[in-house]
Design a protein around this ligand. Structure first.
Ligand code: FUC
Length: 824
C-alpha cells in the first residue's frame, strides 16, 4: 500500500515536472517562460572551431539562459539559444523599465537628521538606525524593475542534425548557428544592427526550398501577440505596464516588438499571432523593439511625457527603414560600425597556440577549472568580451549598462537589474576609457545629468544641502532617495559617479567637455559634500575633523563593544576617500578651467580638515570605520575602504607606502574569493599594488569559479559588472596612468603589474590619461618595444620598472621606444 502511495507521488511529481518544462512540445505550443530551454533535436558528429581569434563557440544549443549568446546595439538586445527543432531568442529593449518618475523624498528627514547624527557620535548606533529607518527612507522605499521585452520562439521540422555549432564572433558582433540535416547544410546569422536598430535573423540552406518554421512572440505578462495589419508577413507583440501614479492615473510604459519575415522562395503566412514559413530558400527576420520612455534628456528637462509615435508605429518605421537595404548591406554596415570601436584594441598573450584552444568555450572553461590555470587564449577572449559587452549595451543617446548590461529574461531580475551606485554601475564603466571606448561612457554622463536634477531636490529636502545627492541605487527615472532599508542611506553615490566625467576628461584632455559636462557635475557633487560634512565632536575618534554622518561602509556590518551588530556610524573610510578624490579632482579641474577661486578654496579648506585614512594598530590594516570596529563578515565582498587604492589614487606604493602595506594586509584578510564583481575589484587593487601574480591568481579564481558558460560574470547570479571590472583589470596589468608628477603631468606606467604567467605578449591601442594611446610588446616578462601616440600633445612621463623617461610631445606625434625607453 505504502509503495503504491510512493509510486503515485512519483508519477504526479514527474507529470508536474514535465508540465513545468513543457520540453516535449514544439516551441510555439509552450507557454512557461523560465531560464530553462529544451531543444527536441538530436545532434551527432562534432562541429569544429570557427575561424577568428575572439570567438565563443559551442557544440550544442543552450539549455539555460546563461548559456545563450548575447547581441545588442546599445538599446535592442537578444539572447540566442541556438535551438534546431526549437529556438528561443529572448529580447530586451534598454528603456523597458517599470515605474515612473516619483518624488520619494521623505519630508521628516531634515528634522530627524541632527538627532541621528548626535546618536551616532554618542555611539548609540542602533538607536540611530531605528530613527533613520522611520524618518529618512524614501517614499516609496524602493524602485521598480527593468524587464524583458519578450521572446521569439520558433519550431522547425528538423529533428536530427550533424556537426552543429553555434558561435559569437566578438570582432564582427555576429552570432551564427550552422549544422547539417537531411544532407542539407543550414546556416543562421543573428546580429543587432548598430546602424538600423533591428535584430536580424538570417536563415540560409544549401538546397532550395528547405527552410520551414512556425514562429510566435511571447511575454510572461501584460502583452499580446497578434498579426500586424500592415502586411501578411508581420506579427507584433504589444503591451503596457500596469503602473499607476499617486493620483491613480496609468503611468506605465507602452512597448512593442515586431517581427517581419522577408523570404526568397516558399510562402509566409500569418494567422493571429503565429507566423508560418514554408519551403523557403532564404529568410530574413527583421525584429524591432520600442517603448514610449521619454529619454534621459527629456526627463532631465522635467518632461515626463512620451515623445513621438506609439511603440508599434516606431517598430514599423524602423523595419521599413531597414528594408531599404539588402541583408548583405545591413551586415556590412553593422560590422564596419562595430569594428570602428572593437578593432581599436588588440591583445595577444601567447605566440604558441595551445591545442586546447580548439575546444569549445564551455569545455575550455571546464578544463581550466579542473586544471586551476588559464589558457592565454581564454584571457584574450574574456578581455575582449568585456569590450564587446560594453559596445553592445551602452551607446551614446541611450541608457547606461545596468546590472545585467542589457540582457534579462525576467519581469523582476535580481536587484531589479537596476543601477547600483555603491560599486556596480561605476564598475561597468571602468573599461570605457582605458580600453579605448570613451564615447560609450556618455550614457553614464547623461544619467548623471538627470540625477543632478532629481538629486538636487533630494539634497535640499533631506539634508538641507546644495548640490546633488544619489544614494545606493537609482533607475531609469532618476530615483535619488534612500531605498531598500537603512543600508540605503548612503549619500555618496553622486560623489563617486562624478569621478567618471573627470576621468573622461583626463583621458581625452577635452576642455570643452570638462567645462560643459564634467565640471558642473563634479562641482554639484562637491557642493553637496561640503554641506554634508560635519565636525566630529570632542570625545569621538576624529574629534575636530570633518566627517560624514550618517555613514555606512557598503554593505558591511560591525560589532559594537557590547557584542551587538550595527551598520551605521560616522566617517566610514570609504566616504573619506571618495571625498578626498572628489575635492582633489575639483581643485585640479577648476585650476585647468581657471574658474571658481572661492569654491576651490572651500575644497582646499575641507581637504585640510578632512579626517585621514588610518591604519588599525590592532591589525595593521586600513581601518574600515572611524572607530576600529571588528567587521561581522571578515571576508565581506565589498572592499570599500580601499577605494583610495582603486579606483581612487590616494593610496599608492610610492606616495603612501605605509597605507599601501596596510592595504595589502586588508586585501589578504578579505581573502582571495568573493562574488564575481568583488574579485574583479580586488584584481584591480592588486594591480595597483603592482602585484601581478596575485592579480592573476584572482583572475584565475574569477574565470574558473565565477564565470558562466557564455562567459557572463556570475555574482552568482549573473551580474555583468564582473565582466567589465575584469576587462579593466586585465588592461591595468599592462598600463596604468593614474599618477601625476609634482607639477601635475601624467605618469604612464608600462607593464606595472605583469603576471609571471603572461611572460610574452603584445597589446595595442590601450589609452592613458593625458591623451596617450599605447602599444607594448614584451618577452620573458620584459618590454621589448613600446609606442606611444600623443593625441593632445604635452609632457609624457614614462615608467618601466626602474627606468623613467620624459618627452615633450606634439599632438598626433608617435614616439617609438626600445626596452630602455630610448627612442628608436
Ligand atoms: C551591491 C552588492 C551585492 C549586489 C548588488 C547588486 O549591493 O553588495 O552583492 O551586487 O549590489
Amino acid at each position: 500500500m505504502r509503495q503504491l502511495g510512493i509510486l503515485v507521488l512519483l508519477i504526479s511529481k514527474l507529470t508536474w515536472l514535465y508540465a513545468q518544462n513543457e520540453g516535449g512540445l514544439p516551441a510555439t505550443k509552450r507557454s512557461i517562460i523560465n531560464n530553462k530551454w529544451q531543444d527536441r533535436a538530436q545532434i551527432s558528429g562534432q562541429g569544429s572551431k570557427p575561424a577568428g581569434q575572439y570567438v565563443l563557440w559551442y557544440r550544442q544549443p543552450a539549455k539555460i539562459w546563461e548559456e545563450a549568446l548575447p547581441v545588442g546595439n546599445g538599446s535592442l538586445g537578444a539572447m540566442i539559444f541556438g535551438g534546431l527543432s526549437d529556438e528561443r531568442i529572448q529580447l530586451n529593449e534598454s528603456s523597458l523599465w517599470d515605474g515612473h518618475p516619483v518624488d520619494a523624498d521623505n519630508p521628516r528627514s531634515l528634522e530627524a537628521l541632527p538627532t541621528v547624527r548626535k546618536l551616532l557620535f554618542e555611539n548609540k548606533n542602533n538607536e540611530a538606525v531605528a530613527l533613520a529607518a522611520k524618518t529618512m527612507m524614501g517614499n516609496p522605499p524602493g524602485i521598480k524593475s527593468y524587464q524583458s521585452l519578450g521572446e521569439l520562439w520558433f519550431d522547425t521540422p528538423i529533428t536530427n542534425a550533424e556537426d552543429y555549432i553555434r558561435s559569437l564572433d566578438l570582432s564582427t558582433a555576429v552570432s551564427s548557428v550552422s549544422f547539417k540535416a537531411n544532407n542539407v547544410t543550414y546556416g543562421r546569422e543573428i546580429f543587432s544592427s548598430i546602424d538600423n536598430k533591428v535584430v536580424l535573423v538570417h536563415f540560409t540552406a544549401g538546397k532550395k526550398n528547405k527552410i520551414s518554421f512556425t514562429l510566435t512572440l511571447k511575454r510572461q505578462e501584460n502583452a499580446e501577440c497578434i498579426a500586424d495589419a500592415s502586411d501578411g508577413k508581420t506579427i507584433v507583440l504589444r503591451g503596457m505596464l500596469p503602473t499607476k501614479d499617486a493620483t491613480g492615473k496609468w503611468a506605465g510604459l507602452h512597448f512593442a516588438t515586431k517581427v517581419k519575415a522577408v523570404n526568397k522562395g516558399g510562402i509566409v503566412t500569418v494567422t493571429d499571432g503565429m507566423m508560418k514559413v514554408a519551403d523557403a530558400t532564404e529568410v530574413t527576420l527583421y525584429i524591432a523593439g520600442a517603448t514610449n520612455y521619454p529619454g534621459l534628456q527629456n526627463l532631465a528637462k522635467g518632461s515626463f511625457a512620451s515623445q513621438g509615435d506609439a511603440p508599434e508605429i516606431v517598430c514599423g518605421k524602423t523595419i521599413a527603414a531597414a528594408l531599404q537595404k539588402t541583408y548583405p548591406q545591413l551586415k556590412k554596415a553593422h560590422i564596419e560600425s562595430h569594428q570602428k570601436l572593437f578593432n581599436r584594441v588588440q591583445i595577444n598573450l601567447h605566440t604558441i597556440v595551445d591545442k586546447d584552444e580548439s575546444l569549445p568555450t564551455d569545455e575550455l572553461l571546464a578544463k581550466a577549472k579542473n586544471a586551476g590555470n588559464l589558457p592565454a587564449g581564454l584571457i584574450e577572449t574574456f578581455f575582449q568580451y568585456g569590450r564587446y559587452l560594453l559596445i553592445s549595451s551602452s551607446r551614446p543617446g541611450g541608457l547606461p549598462a545596468n546590472l545585467q548590461g542589457l540582457w534579462a529574461w525576467q519581469m523582476n531580475p535580481p536587484w531589479n537589474a537596476d543601477f547600483h551606485t555603491n560599486i556596480n554601475l561605476q564598475m561597468n564603466y571602468w573599461p570605457a576609457e582605458i580600453t579605448n571606448l570613451p564615447e560609450l561612457h556618455q550614457p553614464l554622463f547623461d544619467l548623471q545629468a538627470l540625477l543632478a536634477k532629481t538629486g538636487a531636490k533630494t539634497a535640499k529636502a533631506m539634508y538641507g544641502a546644495e548640490g546633488w545627492v544619489v544614494h545606493h541605487l537609482t533607475d531609469a527615472w532618476g530615483f535619488t532617495a534612500p531605498a531598500d532599508g537603512p543600508q540605503g542611506i548612503w549619500p555618496m553615490g553622486a560623489a563617486w559617479l562624478a569621478r567618471h566625467p573627470w576621468e573622461h576628461y583626463c583621458y581625452s584632455q577635452d576642455t570643452v567637455f570638462l567645462r560643459q559636462q564634467a565640471y558642473p557635475l563634479m562641482k554639484g557633487a562637491a557642493l553637496f559634500i561640503l554641506d554634508f560634512l560635519v565636525k566630529a565632536p570632542e570625545g569621538t575618534a576624529c574629534a575636530g575633523k570633518l566627517v560624514t554622518n550618517p555613514s555606512y561602509s557598503p554593505e558591511n556590518a560591525f560589532k559594537l563593544p557590547d557584542g551587538s551588530k550595527a551598520v551605521f556610524t560616522y566617517g566610514a573610510t570609504m566616504d573619506l576617500e571618495i571625498i578626498h578624490d572628489l575635492l582633489t579632482n575639483c581643485i585640479e579641474a577648476s585650476n585647468i578651467l581657471d574658474t571658481d577661486a572661492a569654491f576651490r578654496s572651500k575644497c582646499q579648506a575641507a581637504l585640510q580638515e578632512l579626517a585621514p585614512v588610518r591604519i588599525s594598530s590592532a591589525t595593521g590594516r586600513v581601518m574600515e570605520w572611524a572607530e576600529d570596529y571588528q567587521e561581522v563578515e571578515p571576508h565581506h565582498r565589498h572592499t570599500s575602504h580601499l577605494y583610495g587604492l582603486y579606483p581612487g589614487n590616494q593610496i599608492t606604493t610610492e606616495a603612501t607606502p605605509e597605507l599601501a602595506v596596510a592595504a595589502r594586509k586588508t586585501l589578504e584578510a578579505r581573502g582571495d574569493d568573493g562574488t564575481g564583481w568583488s574579485l574583479a575589484w580586488k584584481i584591480n587593487m592588486w594591480n595597483r599594488l603592482h602585484d601581478g601574480d596575485h592579480a592573476y591568481k584572482l583572475l584565475t579564481v574569477l574565470l574558473t569559479t565565477k564565470t558562466l558558460p557564455n562567459l557572463f560574470d556570475n555574482h552568482p547570479p549573473f551580474q555583468i559588472d564582473g565582466n567589465f571590472g575584469a576587462t579593466a583589470a586585465i588592461a591595468e596589468m599592462f598600463l596604468q596612468s593614474q599618477g601625476r608628477t609634482k607639477d601635475f603631468h601624467y605618469i604612464l606606467e608600462l607593464l606595472p603589474s605583469l603576471p609571471a604567467a603572461l611572460s610574452e605578449g603584445r597589446v595595442s591601442g590601450l589609452c592613458a590619461e593625458g591623451g596617450f594611446v599605447v602599444d607594448i610588446e614584451w618577452k620573458n616578462n620584459r618590454a621589448t618595444k613600446i609606442s606611444v601616440r600623443s593625441r593632445a600633445g604635452g609632457e609624457l612621463n614614462l615608467r618601466l620598472g626602474s627606468i623613467t623617461a620624459k618627452f615633450n610631445t606634439r599632438s598626433g606625434e608617435l614616439i617609438q621606444l626600445d626596452k630602455d625607453l630610448k627612442k628608436m
